[in-house]
Write a new protein. Structure first.
Length: 258
């Protein structure tokens, strides 16, 4: 049996189990693949917990709010992308322990680009709202593709990819972007009625992407649509993340392809 899990704080039901069930449908080992959300309290040091999980035979994990940075800091074996981003959302089992990957960056980019339908950025300028683990990965993906990235958050954190972090109200004086990305937890769980308090620019033809997903549009998505933005929620990113994580897990664990 190959057991995979999602390290998360308690909250609304996760879509990840159904995504992996769909991804694994028809696989020769489908009956031996399982995925379960694990609701866990935040902790600064995950070393002991992950050691026990390795002994218990877990095969891999995803990590989400609010664990991405603390898990990363607890696992010294990291890919180049995870190291550059400074956060992990995917742990791969190795013979000696765990390896940090990050599928947020490619998941975000491929989820967005797959919806372009001929769109081309005009200014290659992006606003990233938030400075947690997801925000770091999204900013990394945009910087790697030549975007000028402006980060806005409630309070600065150390070394956000060398970028200046400004308060949300500074959006009032910022140049209009090609894309605004909500990478905060606002709109999620107990904060589902909240949106980042930004000054919205005119967004006709530009994009607004919310890392949050759910059955109803978030306040961020509603506000963005009112500004004539092309709006995307977090599901395309989540689907691409799942595919990337499976590539890493199956490759390391020598699970046969379909």
């Amino acid at each position: 049996m190959f057991r995979f899990g999602l390290l998360r704080a308690a909250g609304p039901p996760s879509r990840s189990p159904e995504l992996y069930r769909a991804l694994w449908a028809g696989h020769s080992l489908e009956s031996e693949l399982s995925y379960a959300p694990l609701d866990l309290e935040p902790r600064e040091d995950w070393t002991a917990w992950l050691h026990e999980a390795h002994l218990a035979g877990w095969s891999g994990f995803n990590a989400t709010i609010p664990h991405k940075i603390d898990v990363f800091n607890s696992v010294p074996d990291r890919t180049a992308a995870a190291q550059a981003i400074g956060a992990t959302n995917c742990l791969v089992r190795t013979p000696l322990g765990w390896q940090c990957h990050n599928t947020d960056a490619d998941g975000f980019w491929e989820g967005w680009a797959s919806n372009w339908r001929g769109y081309q950025p005009r200014h290659y300028r992006a606003w990233v709202l938030g400075n947690g683990g997801a925000a770091r990965a999204i900013a990394y993906a945009l910087l790697a593709r030549g975007f000028e990235v402006h980060c806005f958050a409630r309070a600065p954190r150390p070394d956000f990819l060398g970028l200046t972090q400004l308060p949300f109200e500074a959006t009032a004086d910022a140049s209009p972007p090609d894309v605004i990305v909500n990478a905060t937890s606002l709109g999620h769980g107990t904060q589902s009625n909240l949106a980042p308090p930004i000054a919205w620019p005119e967004l006709r033809g530009a994009w607004a992407i919310d890392a949050v997903y759910g059955p109803q549009p978030t306040p961020f998505q509603i506000q963005a649509a009112q500004m004539d933005a092309q709006v995307l929620d977090g599901m395309p990113m989540l689907r691409m993340q799942a595919k990337k994580a499976w590539e890493y897990w199956s490759g390391m664990l020598n699970i046969p392809d379909f």
